[in-house]
Design a protein around this ligand. Structure first.
Ligand code: ASC
Length: 147
């Protein structure tokens, strides 16, 4: 069962452009954490506009959303089986349900693409709506799989 899930995950990953090879398992952990960190930073800059903490600038929102989209595809390659026992905030459940993690990741990737599309319309309401939807996909996985 576990092997089958890993094969499915590996097939999905190798199908995309976001491939990564790691010298050692610790590098895979660092890589996925770095991608999440950069994604969060740029998502947060859009969040500041959505919440009215900084003025809405569609061009700036779009630039940040494009980075979020690029980052969104990366972390998953870092969840290699070799990293399961390494220290991180990933809960044991994630390793037992990697197919669900992957499905949640796919939802997030789709949601941030919709956010990026909304930023290109320049419509703040559309940005607010898609930002909220995207944040919900982040939260779903954090609640289930992050310590
Ligand atoms: C963010 C960020 C997350 C998500 C999450 C949504 O801005 O860094 O991890 O939104 O908090 O609930």
């Amino acid at each position: 069962m576990k092997v089958r899930v890993w094969l499915a995950a590996a097939a999905l990953l190798s199908a995309g452009a976001a491939q990564a090879q790691f010298q050692k398992p610790e590098d895979a952990v660092k890589y996925r954490q770095a991608a999440f960190t950069v994604m969060g930073a740029h998502f947060g800059r859009i969040g500041a506009m959505v919440q009215g903490r900084v003025p809405f600038d569609a061009k700036v929102a779009q630039e940040n959303a494009a980075l979020v989209v690029a980052m969104s595809k990366l972390p998953w390659a870092g969840f290699t089986p070799e990293t399961e026992k390494l220290k991180s905030r990933t809960k044991p459940e994630a390793w037992m349900e990697m197919d669900k993690v992957r499905a949640g990741a796919d939802k997030m990737v789709k949601a941030v693409a919709e956010l990026e599309a909304a930023t290109r319309t320049g419509n703040l309401d559309a940005v607010k709506k898609t930002f909220g939807d995207a944040a919900a996909t982040c939260k779903a996985c954090h609640d289930a799989y992050r310590e």
